[in-house]
Design a protein around this ligand. Structure first.
Ligand code: GLU
Length: 511
């Protein structure tokens, strides 16, 4: 490799950054950094019906969240801009003219109906269809006459006979018979440029040395190599990464639940974990790697020696990794992340609504965030204090950050005991007596700390002549209205003396 390494990530901005795209971006970034090269971001927005500015903004946000800083691209001007295909039309025109002058393109008047008829005939003869190339034979005069008569036309690339070969960095040599390619369109009848032409022109003019992308593009590569040949420039190296599949071995899609970075972080997966997981899909993996940083990935991950087998995205494994990562975090870092997460999902503005959503499940939460129903909001002072106090109580118990809301969200809302929680509380023998005694006992503690609270609560069964199980269940339900909470003594402590005693007394009053 003599030229400085330059790679690019070239998303089509039609939605959120899905995991396949995130992985492609990640591998390009890692490859660039390992080789002291440059990472270019190019927005392939030539399909105006599907590309949106909102999607571009989301993709940039997700890449930044993953810390995949690009060296050139949108909001980072460089020598090879502009970095949006819609702004590069003049560059495409210039290359079309060069290809025309070299005799590599010809005008085709075949309508979609005629092409469809060719296709059907091929199908009937059980032949794979490629365009017949009939318009190659038209004379210049004939072309001019038909254009002047207003017939719609396209420009097609004249595919040479023979074969096209390239050495894929993962798969090794690939050879394709050119008779299977067919003369392909490079300029549509509305004058727009097709993907294969635009991508080659961009990669040439942006001095890209290595094209690292999903293997769904494998069939485009021979066409692109033919264009490089026609332009008289060497083709870059190609590396086609195996695609991502769901656990059902079907191509990863919306059906598989949360499959884009935005959704995953919305339910509280940590971006570092998603990043590591995407890398470990294609490598040997041991648990010590769960906490790797991006710098570790750059140091250790050899993109060129990835496997070629399909990678399976398993959300349960990701969840497990997330839990392990959380438990390995310094408590202060974890608390800060919880707070940032709660702020992002708008928890501090509407804790009861978020509790309901979290209880409904992660997809409900992700959907609400995706629909923009939840606006970010920083915590008030009390909420911040409570978050810092409670985070360490759940760090050992949760796998994704939204578990915090399910487990500890009740601490942020006034007491409500409803439905099955109420039935359970009512069914505890002596519940009212237990709650009243506990409220008095907590209110009178000399020091309000976890140790004293524990001693007091543990003394209650004997003092009241009831079962310990009844005391624990009554207090848990009475303080929270929830069957599952962080540790009982720690929760009573986190509430503070007045709030804890007040809740228990109020619960007794509800019975
Ligand atoms: N825009 C293409 C996509 O999103 C990528 C093209 C390429 O990498 O060559 O699939």
């Amino acid at each position: 490799m003599t030229a400085p390494v330059r790679v690019r990530f070239a998303p089509s901005p039609t939605g959120y950054l899905h995991l396949g795209g995130a992985r492609t971006a990640l591998y390009n970034y890692i490859f660039a950094r390992r080789h002291g090269g440059e990472f270019v971001l190019r927005i392939e927005d030539t399909d105006p019906s599907r590309s949106t500015d909102a999607a571009i903004a989301q993709i940039l946000r997700s890449l930044r969240e993953m810390e995949l800083d690009w060296d050139e691209g949108p909001e980072k001007p460089g020598r090879h801009g502009p970095y949006r295909q819609t702004e590069r039309q003049a560059i495409y025109r210039e290359h079309i003219d060069r290809l025309l002058a070299g005799g590599h393109l010809y005008t085709c008047f075949h309508t979609s109906d005629e092409l469809e008829a060719e296709r059907r005939a091929a199908q009937a003869g059980k032949r794979a269809w490629v365009y017949s190339g009939a318009c190659r034979a038209l004379t210049t005069a004939e072309v001019e006459r038909r254009k002047a008569a207003g017939e719609p036309w396209t420009l097609r690339f004249r595919v040479r006979p023979g074969t096209t070969t390239f050495d894929d960095m993962l798969r090794g040599p690939v050879e394709v018979g050119n008779d299977t390619i067919g003369d392909f369109i490079v300029q549509r009848s509305d004058g727009t440029i097709t993907y294969n032409l635009a991508v080659v022109v961009d990669d040439v003019t942006m001095a890209i040395t290595h094209v690292i992308r999903g293997d769904d593009h494998l069939s485009n590569t021979p066409k692109q190599i033919l264009i490089y040949e026609a332009l008289g420039v060497p083709a870059p190296y190609f590396l086609h990464m195996p695609l991502l599949f769901g656990t059902d071995r079907k191509k990863l899609s919306k059906r598989h639940g949360a499959t884009n970075l935005e959704q995953l972080t919305a339910v509280g997966f940590l971006v570092e974990v998603v990043r590591n997981y995407l890398c470990f899909l294609s490598t040997e993996f041991d648990e010590s790697m769960i906490t790797w940083s991006l710098a570790d990935l750059v140091a250790h991950l050899d993109v060129e020696s990835l496997g070629t087998s399909a990678s399976i995205f398993d959300p349960d494994k990701l969840r497990w990794m997330n839990g392990r990562f959380i438990r390995a975090m310094a408590p202060a870092d974890f608390a800060a992340r919880v707070q940032a997460y709660l702020e992002r999902v708008g928890f501090y503005g509407q804790p009861p609504a978020l509790r309901l959503l979290a209880a409904k499940g992660e997809s409900a939460l992700a959907e609400a965030i995706e629909l923009g129903q939840l606006a970010p909001l920083p915590p008030g002072d009390d909420q911040e204090r409570l978050t810092m106090l409670v985070a360490p109580l759940v760090q050992e118990k949760i796998e994704v950050l939204s578990d915090f809301i399910r487990l500890a969200g009740w601490l942020f809302t006034p007491l409500a005991i409803a439905g099955s929680a109420r039935e359970k509380l009512t069914a505890i023998p002596d519940a009212q007596r237990i709650l009243r005694a506990a409220a008095v006992c907590l209110a009178g503690l000399e020091r309000y700390d976890v140790e004293q609270i524990e001693a007091a609560v543990r003394g209650l069964p004997e003092q009241l002549g009831v079962k310990p199980k009844s005391v624990f269940a009554a207090l848990r339900l009475g303080m929270s209205g929830q069957p599952v909470t962080p540790g009982l003594f720690e929760s009573l402590w986190a509430l503070g003396r007045n709030e804890a005693a007040g809740r228990l007394a109020a619960a007794a009053g509800m019975l």
